[in-house]
Design a protein around this ligand. Sequence first.
Ligand SMILES: [Zn+2]
Length: 291
Amino acid sequence: SEMNREVGKAVARKSGKVADPKHPDLLAILDIAHDCVEIQIRSIFIYGRYRKFERGIPQTHWFCRACQGSGCEKCNFTGKQYKDSVEELIGRPIITLFSAENAILHGSGREDIDARMVGTGRPFVMEVVAPRIRTRDLAVVQQEVNRAADGRVEVILERWSFHKEVEIIKSTKGYKKYRILVEIDGGCSLDELQSAIQSLKGAKVNQRTPIRVAHRRADRVRERRVLDISKVGEDDERVILEITGEAGLYIKELISGDQGRTEPSLSGLLGRSARVCSLDVVEVQGYDEGE
Ligand SMILES: [Zn+2]
């Protein structure tokens, strides 16, 4: 309208800035009825990869189950279920550096809380909400995040990102590679183990929604492929396996069989109980790396 153009010209004169109606950094909404101006600052986005070296850290913040975030005795009045998250460890220094209101982590999938994320790291887009500072040297930001995270989490901030990339990264279905420590009840011979591994290599696995996530996911059977599996070492009575799976393959259940809900499984093939003692994600395929 005429009003918008006139105000725009006045702002441009005073600030020395040029208006970009298609991609504004900042939006001022004139509310004439209430005689006020609402300022909306557009988020900025950073693309990177993170590694998580400590178990027990969730990817994003979790509100306390007892109080839903308002603060209670159970959570020491923090409102949080876990003290830290990958999101907060990366986000806190970013909020300070950009003088922002919040920092939201959008990951390409997520590892379990008790899993480490190592190797090449997990792709993510960090959304910096309402930043008052819009430009920073990403190398400096990266350095500051890594210093503050103190070895618990580490990032590589590759480049600036954009809003649409959030959806792209969240819908990416790349393969995942894991290294796991497995305990087999009563142990087994190398021949038995190698034959079980051979049967799982390339196998299509039917997985009914695992018992451990059944409370929050629909109960259904999905088919996912084991792209590769091999024994890479031993530790006492336990074996170390590397598994590459299609996105969505549940690794803990591939080993345990989940009481018959995952078929085939290492436990089922060996005819005895087996479980994952610890799990590291070593590779997450990014969307720009082809299929
Ligand atoms: Zn609480």
